[in-house]
Design a protein around this ligand. Structure first.
Ligand code: TXA
Ligand code: MG
Length: 332
């Protein structure tokens, strides 16, 4: 199959909607990362998304809507707190888990009786949903296990020949996937941190961070968010988080080279083996995945990463790095 990459336009949106209505899959930009979209109601279409990614079938997909009126078609028992969060943060990088309606097949929900829903803040994604009139199941458009794509070129790199169309909407603004929350006993529980932060959610009610966000699950433990149990976001190189900053971090990288070694810095990066992810947590989130991909392009064997801040979207950066590193942290 030939994979076309078209800029976001009225024509590309119609073409995408046509493919989706006929059970096909399309690469779409969102404000977080690019998604691989299919009709959320169509089990066969959803199965072809799992096949294109090489994704385990028990890892459920997020269903994307373009209007709050679509929510009651796919989910029920929506708590009041969720309605308030939707008013505050949709369209945007917040995914909420609800009891699913029978309209959503178990293929989409990974066998669960719940469904994760979000309204993306991307003109292109919402235009495609509007145009085809369907909720779209869309995981990140990377091969399972590799870093999520934040440009159309990343999607093409992973999906060339597997999907008919990618809409190019430029670089994703946020750069890490949406915050996933569920609701329990009137509390908000963060299953995956993202652009809508713990601090922001706490203004609306008591908010807890699921232990699987920052800790490795013990054998036999069940993740509330199945995606959290997989090694993830990982380039081919061995990623190691170094619990040090600035010059101490750079000294560590220089004295502990293992093969072709790169150091990802948060702030200043002298040239040579170092790359700068950015000084603020927002910049770090925006560039992290693309730098992990760059590490592969440079043929890195080892990637040392400076310990990020865990505040704001920094918690999402830390969470993704922990998984890329297989929880390997060295103390200096
Ligand atoms: O920003 C995003 O959320 C991107 C863009 C494309 O919208 N999508 C994305 O999808 O990251 P994916 O499939 O790569 O990650 C979905 C995450 C997984 O960790 C999955 O386990 C969790 O959401 N999830 C989905 N449905 C769930 C459910 N019913 N209960 C708990 N967790 C769920
Ligand atoms: Mg993903």
């Amino acid at each position: 199959m030939k994979t076309k990459v078209l800029p976001f336009s009225r024509e590309s949106v119609s073409e995408a909607a046509e493919i989706l209505r006929h059970g096909g899959i399309v690469g779409l930009p969102t404000e977080t990362v690019y998604g691989l979209a299919a009709n959320a109601y169509d089990p066969a279409a959803v199965c072809s998304v799992f096949a294109a990614k090489g994704r385990p079938q028990d890892n459920p997909l997020i269903v994307h809507i373009s209007d709050i009126d679509m929510l009651p078609l796919i989910a029920e028992d929506i708590p009041d707190i969720a309605k308030r969060l939707a008013r505050a943060f949709w369209a945007g990088p917040l995914t909420m888990v609800f009891k699913k309606k029978d309209t959503i097949p178990y293929e989409t929900s990974g066998g669960l009786s719940t469904v994760a829903v979000r309204m993306p803040d991307s003109e292109a994604a919402r235009a495609v949903i509007d145009r085809c009139g369907l909720p779209l199941a869309a995981p990140s458009a990377n091969l399972s296990g590799s870093p999520s794509p934040t440009t159309a070129a990343h999607v093409l790199n992973d999906m060339d020949g597997k999907i008919p169309l990618i809409i190019d909407g430029g670089e994703c603004r946020v750069g890490v996937e949406s915050t996933v929350v569920c609701f329990k006993d009137g509390k908000i529980r963060i299953l995956r941190p993202g652009g809508i932060t713990l601090e922001m959610l706490s203004e609306f009610g008591e908010t807890e961070v699921d232990p699987a966000v920052t800790e490795r699950l013990r054998d036999g433990e069940r993740a509330l968010s199945p995606g959290m149990k997989y090694k993830h976001y990982s380039p081919k190189a061995n990623v190691v988080i170094v619990d040090a900053h600035g010059e101490r971090f750079r000294d560590y990288c220089e004295t502990h080279k293992r093969g072709n070694t790169l150091g990802l810095c948060f702030g200043a990066a002298p040239s040579g083996m170092f790359l700068n992810v950015g000084a603020t947590p927002e910049e770090q989130a925006h560039r992290l995945f693309s730098l992990l991909r760059e590490a592969d392009e440079r043929g890195a064997d080892t990637v040392y990463v400076e310990m990020p801040s865990k505040r704001g979207i920094g918690l999402a950066v830390y969470n993704r790095l922990l998984r890329a590193a297989g929880f390997e942290i060295v103390k200096v």
